[in-house]
Ligand binder design. Structure first.
Ligand code: ATR
Length: 273
């Protein structure tokens, strides 16, 4: 069968093999999907070996998404805008690249959480790679405004410049946390603060009862950001759905078949506990 892997370091914890095996079974696609740990200084050589072995594609995870971007022979507009790549398709010895993280986030918000972004005031917290990967897909939903807030203002301004060139029609701004003027309809936490059990220093008044507060992180325990948002009376959602939807988009790119995600997401949720 056609072979795919997720390449990372470390990669043993990855849920992608489970997700793609579930998609393959559900759609009757004959494929195998495994993990591949690349040495930290040998990403490119590992990809070449993988291609030589006849594999059809790969997902790329931490810390190789920027190197995958550099290695690609061609890529989608959203991968270029993201400056990073999480999905590779091998075709005739060439590497076609995509970034499905941002569209995965948008699909989880719009379809799974049934929260349209059109005409909404959207706030992105953070200005690292995770934030950058989501900006163009968010802008394409035609929000009323897209504000990027970061601890280090200059990084938010850098992302704003990228967004303005990729999506000139999007009403966008950069801000510090302290200068934010709420409320927002959708707030996405793309900072790595949750990883350290921390919360970005947010001013009061950012959320109302209908606000969707979305944390790209997930875990068995509620993240600090979701907990804070719940205490503010907002709606909350963690990033497990984004994980499943970015995988579904990669699966679609490889197989031209769109898997159903609801049952896989529910099963992953029980596995987290
Ligand atoms: P990633 O690729 O996961 O986005 P990154 O590029 O290191 O990782 O970016 C991490 C983001 O989380 C940045 O926006 C960072 O803010 P700075 O640019 O000011 O460093 C943000 N971040 C990390 N810890 C934070 C904390 N405790 N509070 C607020 N923001 C935090």
């Amino acid at each position: 069968p056609d072979a795919y892997v997720v390449i990372g370091n470390p990669v043993g914890h990855s849920k992608s093999p489970y997700i793609h095996a579930a998609f393959a079974a559900q759609t009757s696609q004959q494929l195998q999907y495994g993990t591949l740990e690349a040495p930290l200084d040998e990403f490119a050589a590992t990809v070449r070996k993988l291609m030589d072995s006849g594999a059809r594609g790969a997902n790329v995870t931490v810390p190789f998404k920027l190197e995958a971007f550099a290695l690609a022979d061609s890529m989608t507009a959203r991968a270029r805008a993201a400056g990073a790549v999480n999905t590779l398709l091998f075709q005739d010895g060439r590497i076609l690249a995509d970034n499905t993280d941002g569209i995965g986030l948008v699909t989880d918000i719009v379809q799974n959480a049934a929260c349209s972004l059109r005409g909404k005031r959207v706030l992105m917290l953070g200005a690292g790679g995770a934030a950058r990967g989501a900006l163009l897909p968010l802008a394409e939903q035609a929000p009323a405004a897209l504000v990027i807030a970061n601890r280090t203002l200059a990084r938010a301004q850098d992302l704003l410049a990228v967004l303005r060139s990729d999506a000139p029609d999007c009403v966008a701004a950069a801000s510090t946390f302290a200068d934010l003027q709420g409320p927002f309809d959708v707030i996405i936490n793309a900072t790595s603060a949750s990883l350290h059990g921390e919360l970005p220093p947010l001013p009061a008044g950012l959320m109302h009862a209908e606000t969707l507060a979305y944390d790209m992180m997930y875990g068995a325990q509620e993240t600090p950001f979701c907990r804070y948002a719940r205490e503010q009376g907002a709606q909350t959602r963690d990033g497990l759905g984004m994980l499943v939807e970015q995988a579904a988009e990669a699966f679609y790119l490889w197989r031209q078949v769109r898997p159903q995600t609801t049952a896989v997401l529910a099963e992953l949720r029980t596995m987290l506990q």
